[in-house]
Design a protein around this ligand. Structure first.
Ligand code: E4P
Length: 242
């Protein structure tokens, strides 16, 4: 799977889809608000349906907007009904450490066949338990882990070893990308997927020395054709007949 896009911006998703670089999309309430989704669940539904259709069959994660267990259950069913490739994001616990959300995760995965991405996790131990509860995806926030002074790579490596050793099927998503180097280092550490903000995907691709090299090739091609580098090359069929 390797790379998901961490965005709610349809134009960005379309751009990277055209390059064949999208294997899934993740969102959260903060991302959707930043990407112009106002109006609560109906507005989220509209954007999510559009993205899910664009990227199908790749998965789209959309987060519930509540920490209240009965409402998580209801919203999860609603979100899952928007498209076949929907994955429901549920935080590992409530804002005060309430444990009920994980009960709902277990129920959704085992009784309702709804794929869940357990999110907002900062450690291997949290994600290991979420995987035991049956989550299809377990999301560790690598950038936030590093910001707290811990090493995300260490947590990812430990988690991958545990999942493999105990045969747990949860896929590790590492999000909260902050630097271009996070993507490859977290994949190397054992993440199944890194979910990347579009700016960093651009940063992975564009290199100053590649730019200089391309400019050199274009300059020399122009010289060989007897035109100035800033002039567009003329297609053979458009050249005046002699
Ligand atoms: C992805 O699933 C997460 O919701 C996201 O990457 C969090 O990123 P942040 O730490 O920049 O909010």
């Amino acid at each position: 799977m390797a790379i998901f896009l961490d965005t709610g911006d349809v134009d960005e998703i379309e751009r990277f889809l055209r390059m064949g670089l999208v294997r899934g999309v993740t969102t959260n309430p903060t991302i959707l608000l930043r990407d112009g989704v106002h109006g609560g669940l109906p507005a989220i539904a509209e954007r999510a349906r559009a993205i899910a259709k664009l990227i199908a069959p790749w998965p789209l994660s959309v987060e519930v907007t509540t920490a209240e267990p009965a409402m998580i259950r209801d919203q999860a069913r609603t979100i899952a009904s928007w498209a076949d490739n929907m994955v429901v994001k549920v935080t590992v616990h409530g804002p005060e450490g309430e444990l009920a959300p994980l009960e709902v995760v277990h129920e959704l995965e085992t009784r309702h066949g709804i794929r869940v991405n357990v999110t907002a996790m900062m450690s291997a131990q949290q994600a290991f338990l979420a995987a035991m509860a049956g989550a299809s995806y377990v999301s560790i926030f690598g950038g936030r882990v590093n910001n707290m002074g811990y090493n995300a790579c260490g947590e990812i490596t430990k988690l991958r070893a545990l999942l493999d050793r105990f045969g747990l099927r949860g896929q590790i998503i590492v999000g909260s990308t902050r630097e271009v180097l996070n993507v490859v280092e977290w994949l190397e550490a054992g993440a199944h997927i890194v979910t990347v903000v579009p700016e960093l995907l651009r940063g992975m691709l564009v290199h100053p020395y590649s730019k200089e090299t391309v400019r050199q090739f274009l300059r020399d091609a122009a010289e060989s054709e007897g035109r100035r580098p800033e002039d567009r090359p003329v297609r053979p069929e458009d050249r005046p007949a002699r």
